[in-house]
Write a protein that binds this ligand. Structure first.
Ligand code: GLV
Length: 328
């Protein structure tokens, strides 16, 4: 029997490609070209499976042109690149890559928080520019992380990892806002208290955004929300571009309505709002929160495991629309 055909939409670890090729006829984009929708569609036309990344949009138009497609396995926990309703309607299974990146991503939230609060990159740029001539009492004075109030918007697995680091490692007071309240045991483990969004904005010294993107979350932090934050506060976005109104944030940073921001994700990335590039009080990283080799390997292997399970008649590990599996 011939092997199912899959397309790996971006470059991945050769070891993972090798694993996939034991089960599938694999076509891959090891050149790592960023494919247009037309190019992606053309490559997927004769495939039964797709190994995708968060940059590969699968929507009704792509699905209509690729009737053989049965599964798209995302090598990302976020899946706003998938139109899940359209995939379900087309009988295409969607899977993502949760859990394996939780701790690495929570680590990165702290890397960005520390760099932002303590002005690490801003001071490094100053040093590299040859501007450091003397010590002075308030040079690059930032804000404390230990003992501060840590606000978390979106309290899933990664949010909980951040809360634990803050509460147990840095002695922070942790408050959070989420669609639903955590159970009492999880709240106790995270030492976290549920508050309203308004209280979160007003009270947090450091506010970390870690909620999934959805149309309802679009610009959930805009000019009005930034205006409610403390002028000394920092804002960290490791969630998704579009959750923050980047233009409004650039204004708030420029006018020092908040102290600083640390951003790993951007509206329209890899483009970055030009005004964010000119304000000094922002730390910018290119969507790397899950980027350690072991974690990226685990994410790629989980996407591969989902494809292999699906085509060998086993239960996929992390299905997003499992109803597809029982559809006639
Ligand atoms: C990264 O942004 C992911 O969703 O895994």
């Amino acid at each position: 029997m011939s092997k199912p055909k899959i397309f790996v939409a971006r470059a991945v670890f050769p070891e993972v490609l090798e694993r996939l090729s034991q089960h599938f006829e694999v076509e891959s984009n090891q050149a790592d070209d960023v494919l247009t929708k037309e190019q992606l569609t053309a490559r997927l036309k004769d495939k039964q499976g797709a190994f995708t990344t968060g940059s590969d949009r699968i929507d009704a138009e792509v699905l209509a042109a690729c009737p053989q497609l049965k599964i798209c396995a995302n090598m990302a926990v976020g899946y706003n690149n998938f139109d899940i309703d359209a995939m379900t309607a087309a009988g295409v299974l969607a899977t993502n890559a949760p859990d394996v990146l939780t701790e690495t991503t929570a680590d990165f939230a702290f890397a960005l928080l520390m760099a932002t609060a303590r002005r690490v990159t801003e001071s490094e740029h100053y040093l590299r520019a040859g501007l450091w001539k003397k010590w002075s009492f308030d040079m690059f004075a930032g804000s404390d992380v230990h003992g501060a109030t840590l606000g978390i918007l979106g309290m899933g697995r990664i949010g909980q990892g951040i809360a634990k680091r803050g509460a147990h490692g840095f002695g922070m007071k942790v408050i959070y806002h989420n669609r639903s309240r955590l159970d009492a045991a999880t709240e106790a483990a995270c030492k976290a208290t549920l508050v309203s969004k308004e209280e979160l904005l007003k009270t947090a010294d450091h506010l970390v955004l870690v909620l999934p993107y959805s149309p309802a979350a679009h610009h959930i932090i805009g000019a009005a929300e930034l205006a409610q934050m403390k002028p000394t506060a920092t804002l960290i976005n490791i969630a998704r571009g579009g959750i923050v109104d980047d233009a409004a944030l650039a204004v708030a940073l420029k006018e020092r309505r908040i102290a600083a921001a640390g951003l790993d994700v951007f509206e329209g990335e890899p483009s970055v709002h030009p005004d964010l590039l000119t304000v000094p009080n922002v730390v910018l990283t290119p969507h790397i929160a899950s980027a350690t080799i072991p974690t990226r390997m685990a994410m790629a292997n989980l996407a591969a495991d989902n494809l292999i399970a699906f085509f060998t008649g086993k239960a996929p590990l992390t299905p997003l629309n499992p109803a597809v599996l029982t559809q006639a």
